[in-house]
Design a protein around this ligand. Structure first.
Ligand SMILES: NC(=O)c1ccc[n+]([C@@H]2O[C@H](COP(=O)([O-])OP(=O)(O)OC[C@H]3O[C@@H](n4cnc5c(N)ncnc54)[C@H](O)[C@@H]3O)[C@@H](O)[C@H]2O)c1
Length: 448
């Protein structure tokens, strides 16, 4: 059977971060999309024209498709009956032992199975441990009485987008396709080419695609752990980690270059903190012990404490006792240029600073103020000026683009004397650091 018609109607099951970036992009490209999410309040907010997902450009894109009729929102899974392609993007958390919690995924599959039609293509995008597509998703979908690869197409296509750059990446990043069989793979390759216009990278099985996804995030986490340890080594020898990485990363290795990523205050978000554990647990269940996973996770999880210790020591070195010092944190999300607070390492830094007696102020132009208050127990300031006035330390812990225009002279004038500028992941250029020295601001970064 050949799956998917020439002008497919798409149902996206789970309209959180991944689902909304994908669904909005497809609708912008003229594809009719129905967003199905069990969260009634989320659906209400979307219907009211709100964009609850803090991804740059998403609110604007949502605005552009609003009146086209191409994107509709519902909690009613019956919408699947009219779909030619069903994309599953529900959350897949892990428990404390790294085991995949399949509740939402199972429920979504049962809901789809009750409504799926012959000729349909189902694409799973949620991150899962190896074997999940074959051993869990397919049997649940076949509860419909239809057979995967014979009556409906089924592929696992891992989502690899990076928050902050998701909308651009969605239209450019090649999509890995792990089809149930050749017909599923062919239909999936064609679907992505006809809609997003992206290249695809077919793999021989869903398992290969599942491992590829997890190996990617395992590598990223381990690479960042190395960067964080190189940074600590650099600090011990009073050299700038960015000078060092500029040199290491020039070396050709294999058909690429050495590519040590950037050090920072830690790793957060929804993927890097859980996917390495998911692969570690899946390996252990097969009798394979992955030793790099716990080591890398440990290094990266230790960075928020390390950051707070550095700030405390620098303040003490300036003659400012950390107890009672005012620290203005600029950027509270888990990385640059997103307002996403999930597993943000800034929370660990703030907690450790408060444990030292620091008074912490927060400012983030991208994060939702109410979410910040709920997450940190601190109401964020409305403006950057409110945060930095009289502060003994200005800690840029997420280097959002608006902080690139920080006026250092104004900062000097408003902050306390002396004042530490701490660089968590802004990676201030050398010229700015020189300027800070000239103005009498003390600069310190991770490995700098
Ligand atoms: N956030 C990222 O950047 C990213 C990147 C790559 C991969 N992933 C993976 O993609 C998946 C989704 O991640 P996310 O960040 O979008 O999660 P999310 O928590 O933001 O969104 C999941 C959505 O699914 C909905 N949902 C749960 N069960 C449902 C059901 N049965 N029917 C309909 N809706 C249901 C929830 O209400 C929620 O809105 C996860 O497996 C994640 O690991 C995420």
């Amino acid at each position: 059977m050949r799956f998917v018609s020439d002008s497919p109607r798409v149902a996206v099951i789970g309209f959180g971060y991944v689902g909304s970036c994908l669904g909005v992009t497809l609708a912008e490209l003229g594809v009719p999309v129905v967003a199905v999410d069990d969260d009634a309040s989320l659906v209400e907010r979307l219907r009211a024209g709100e964009c609850p997902i803090p991804e740059p450009g998403l609110a604007e894109a949502l605005g552009r498709v609003r009146d086209t009729g191409l994107l509709t929102f519902t909690t009613d899974h019956d919408a699947v009956r009219d779909a030619d392609v069903v994309v599953i993007t529900v959350g897949t958390p892990v428990d404390e032992d790294g085991a995949l919690l399949t509740g939402a995924l199972e429920q979504a599959c049962v809901q789809v199975a009750a409504r799926i039609r012959p000729g349909c293509l189902v694409i799973l995008k949620s991150t899962v441990s190896p074997g999940t597509t074959t051993n869990l998703v397919i049997p649940l979908l076949e509860g419909s009485g239809l057979r995967a690869e014979r009556d409906f197409g089924l592929s696992f296509c891992p989502e690899r987008l990076a928050e902050g750059a998701a909308l651009a990446q969605l239209r450019t990043l090649p999509i890995i396709v792990g089809g149930r069989g050749p017909a599923s793979t062919a239909a999936t390759v064609r679907f992505w080419a006809d809609t997003l216009g992206t290249a695809t990278h077919p793999l021989p099985s869903p398992e290969a695609a599942e491992v590829a996804k997890l190996a990617t995030n395992w590598w990223i986490d381990a690479n960042i752990a190395i960067a964080n340890e190189v940074a600590q080594l650099c600090a011990a020898f009073d050299v700038d980690v960015l000078d060092v990485l500029g040199a290491t990363n020039q070396l050709p290795k294999g058909d690429r270059h050495v590519n040590i990523l950037l050090p920072s205050i830690g790793v957060g978000g929804s993927c890097l903190v859980k996917d390495p554990w998911m692969v570690w647990r899946a390996a252990r269940d097969r009798g394979v012990e992955l030793r790099t996973v716990p080591v890398s996770r440990g290094v990266n999880d230790g960075m928020p404490e390390h950051t707070a210790r550095l700030i405390g020591a620098e303040l003490a070195g300036l003659g400012v006792p950390p107890a009672g010092a005012v620290v203005a944190v600029l950027g509270v999300s888990f990385k640059n240029d997103t307002g996403d607070l999930r597993n943000t390492p800034v929370a660990g830094v703030v907690e450790a600073l408060r444990a030292q007696g620091c008074a912490v102020r927060l400012f983030d132009p991208l994060a939702d103020a109410e979410e910040v208050r709920a997450r940190f127990g601190i109401r964020p300031t409305a403006t950057l000026e409110d945060a930095v006035d009289g502060a003994h330390c200005v800690a840029v812990l997420a280097g959002h683009r608006p902080f690139h225009d920080l006026d250092l002279a104004v900062l000097r004038a408003r902050a306390a004397h002396p004042c530490l500028v701490f660089d968590g992941r802004r990676y201030f250029p050398k010229a700015d650091i020189e300027e800070m020295r000239r103005l009498g601001l003390r600069y310190r970064g991770i490995g700098r």
